[in-house]
Design a binder for this molecule. Structure first.
Ligand code: ADP
Ligand code: MG
Length: 267
């Protein structure tokens, strides 16, 4: 399937894949209640790529953990594919900032770990799929290596491969490239777009980088300082497929300038 075809086929008619409705999150802490999110409203279409920007501590990771079913919101609701989230699900893949690899397991064993964890056994078909996915993230031939033999960028690729193993419908990424140098980061971003174009999925991508958000996403959500709310929902109308030439598109600079103006601290 060509890249253009993949976009034409976005099944918007199916309704949103993720929907927040007046969602709030209050944590109980030793210092009293801490309001992390307040009245969050947004929806994501199937196969949409949405980036989230916001100041540190505004609740971005909390948002992601609610979708993943790792925590339950204290008010409002969050639906995934039209049903309230009740716990972790197999059709959601998660990539964290640090790759969280098992140091004693090979690259391939790390990628198939969720299958072992879930079913207790890993078959040759699972391993073959793991090697295919490793190849698609640029790690062909690395399956028997140990994590500490790999660079940070390669470790992060292993984390991405692990999240993609079950070809999840939803991919949640929490500042996945922030520990990487600028060039590796850009390269991994474009590779992520290729993977997403070949196997469309709903992607929620948290980042601190305005340029990265604009370059990758269909829409950028901006959150306020804590308690986090969505203060901007900006459609990024740049052609796809995107690549290095996108970085010099004037509209990219206009979007970035607008987003920067929202993120500068107002005292
Ligand atoms: P971000 O990812 O935007 O930096 P987080 O979602 O991690 O922000 O956190 C939002 C706020 O909620 C922070 O003040 C953080 O300290 C607090 N917080 C997050 N998780 C918990 C928790 N489990 N218990 C108490 N406070 C928490
Ligand atoms: Mg965070």
């Amino acid at each position: 399937m060509g890249q253009a075809a993949a976009f034409a086929e976005r099944p918007r008619a199916l309704g949103p894949s993720i929907r927040f409705e007046n969602t709030g999150q209050v944590f109980q802490t030793d210092e009293g209640p801490l309001e992390a999110l307040r009245g969050v409203n947004f929806a994501m279409d199937h196969h949409e790529f949405v980036a989230v920007l916001g100041p540190s501590g505004c609740g971005k990771s909390t948002l992601l953990r609610i979708i993943a079913g790792l925590i339950a919101p204290t008010s409002g609701r969050v639906d995934v594919f039209g049903k309230p989230v009740t716990g972790p699900r197999d059709d959601i893949g998660i990539v964290f900032q640090a790759p969280t690899l098992l140091s004693w397991a090979s690259v391939e064993d790390n990628v198939v770990f969720p299958i072992r964890h879930k079913t207790g056994r890993v078959g040759e078909a699972d391993r073959a799929r793991a090697r295919d996915i490793l190849a698609s993230v640029g790690l062909e031939g690395f399956s028997k290596r140990m994590p500490d033999e790999l660079s940070g960028g390669m470790q992060q690729r292993v984390g991405i491969a692990r999240a993609l193993l079950m070809d999840p419908d939803i991919l949640l990424m929490d500042e996945p490239f922030s520990a990487l140098d600028a060039l590796t980061r850009e390269e991994l971003g474009f590779e992520l777009l290729k993977i997403w174009e070949a196997r469309p999925k709903t992607v929620l991508f948290i980042t601190h980088s305005i340029a990265e958000a604009v370059l990758l996403a269909d829409r950028v959500l901006v959150m306020s300082e804590r308690p986090g709310r969505i203060i901007e929902d900006l459609a990024i109308d740049l052609p796809r497929p995107r690549g290095i030439e996108t970085t010099t598109d004037n509209r990219m600079h206009d979007y970035a300038a607008h987003l920067r103006s929202l993120l500068v601290k107002r005292h």
